[in-house]
Design a protein around this ligand. Structure first.
Ligand SMILES: [Zn+2]
Ligand SMILES: [Zn+2]
Length: 397
């Protein structure tokens, strides 16, 4: 039997097992950097496949190397994230979250279960490939500074440096059974901006005695959108959104201060830096010009994520071989962000999407919502595809 057919058949046969793993993880979600039970479950499962995982990397990270039986210095890395979100699950499935207020609403349970399935398939086909596959189960994708950056600092991309790293993420816009790829720029950098406009409160009927931070904050918000329309190149996707503005005055009370919070996203590191500088300078200057002051705090998030074009082209081609052309789609860039981006700044990387949608079954909710779920048919293809892609990358001369 060809290797492709072997992996495809084993993957199909192992689907029930992978679903069982996923349901266990889904029912027992843990927040970012607190994935203790999850990590233990991952390590125990890997050991049950005859592997020797290393635990406790960057806190709760787990790494395992699967060595092919033929000799080669080549290695590739595969990554899954393990953390859940502070969301109260509204689904009523049998595997609903048992941890109140915590939910796998971004599919990281799916990524983890799928990579465990991949581990088993690779272990079973060791005599069919040369080189090594490093499987990275990381903590804290959903929260700064991003578990990926910590794992890299702990050396998961060293000794030897893998020639490629692949990541897979659920996508509720793509039907289950299909996967999506994109070459080049794929996701944005993301930084949080906190503005505190401090004026002088007073009676609403006597504005001449006050310094109105509500008016000044309004000017700042309008002016900052002009950083996007006048300073960002029209060829350069950029987003600035303020989702929070708080001024606790009343109809007749001008408050002392107004607090604003928002997100700045870009696809270019130079522009990211200069854009942030402009935002800070403009907010401070407008406040000063109007007799107030503005304190700006920036919380730096993840960099942009670029999918290595050659690597992505190769794995897209191999995905077509594995799943059939009709099940491989192109995806557009998004201004969302992902800490997988950190890996992409160190080694050639590709982050692709695993379709999880099934309208007939009513499975359409987006990630980060209380009703998010997946069509588990996606797990029929996820583990096998990743094993196949890893082996194909290793077999390049
Ligand atoms: Zn998420
Ligand atoms: Zn996610």
């Amino acid at each position: 039997m060809s290797l492709l057919n072997f992996i495809r058949e084993r993957s199909h046969a192992a689907t029930e097992e992978v679903i069982r793993l996923r349901r266990h993880l889904h029912a027992n979600p843990e927040l970012s950097y607190q994935e203790h039970e999850t990590a233990k479950f991952v390590a125990d499962t890997l050991r049950s496949y005859g592997l020797q995982p290393v635990e406790g990397i960057a806190g709760t990270g787990v790494v395992v190397v699967i060595q092919g039986q033929q000799n080669s210095s080549r290695s590739v890395a595969l990554r899954a994230d393990m953390d859940a979100l502070p969301i109260h699950e509204a689904n009523s499935c049998s595997y609903k979250s048992k941890n109140t207020g915590v939910m796998h609403a971004c599919g990281h349970d799916v990524h983890t279960a799928s990579l465990l399935g991949t581990a088993r398939l690779l272990q079973e086909s060791r005599d069919q490939f040369s080189g090594a596959v490093r499987l990275i189960f990381q903590p804290g994708e959903e929260k700064n500074p991003g578990g990926a950056s910590l794992m890299i600092r702990e050396g998961v991309l060293d000794n030897p440096r893998p020639s490629a790293i692949l990541g897979q993420h659920v996508m509720p816009l793509i039907p289950a059974g299909r996967v999506g790829f994109r070459e080049g720029m794929y996701m944005a950098s993301s930084d949080e901006i906190y503005l505190r406009v401090v004026g002088k409160g007073g009676h609403g009927a006597a504005p001449e005695l006050a310094i109105d931070p509500v008016l000044i904050a309004s000017h700042i918000i309008v002016a900052l959108q002009q950083v996007i329309s006048r300073n960002a190149s029209p060829r350069q996707p950029t987003v600035l959104s303020f989702g929070k503005i708080i001024g606790e005055g009343a109809t007749n009370i001008i408050p002392n201060e107004v607090n604003i919070a928002g997100t700045f996203r870009a696809l270019n590191e130079e522009w990211r830096e200069s854009g942030l500088k402009r935002i800070v300078h403009m907010a401070e200057s407008i406040a000063i010009g109007m007799g107030a002051r503005c304190e700006v705090e920036l919380s730096r998030g993840y960099p942009y994520l670029e999918n290595n074009p050659e690597l992505t082209r190769r794995i897209r081609f191999e995905a077509e071989n594995f799943l059939g052309k009709e099940n491989v789609v192109d995806i557009d860039l998004t201004m969302g962000s992902e800490d997988f981006a950190y890996y992409s700044h160190v080694v050639p990387a590709s982050f692709y999407r695993l379709g999880t949608r099934n309208e007939a079954k009513g499975i359409t909710s987006y990630v980060h919502t209380p009703t998010f779920d997946i069509d588990e048919e996606a797990l029929r293809v996820g583990p096998g595809l990743m094993a196949w892609l890893a082996i194909q990358e290793l077999s390049r001369v």
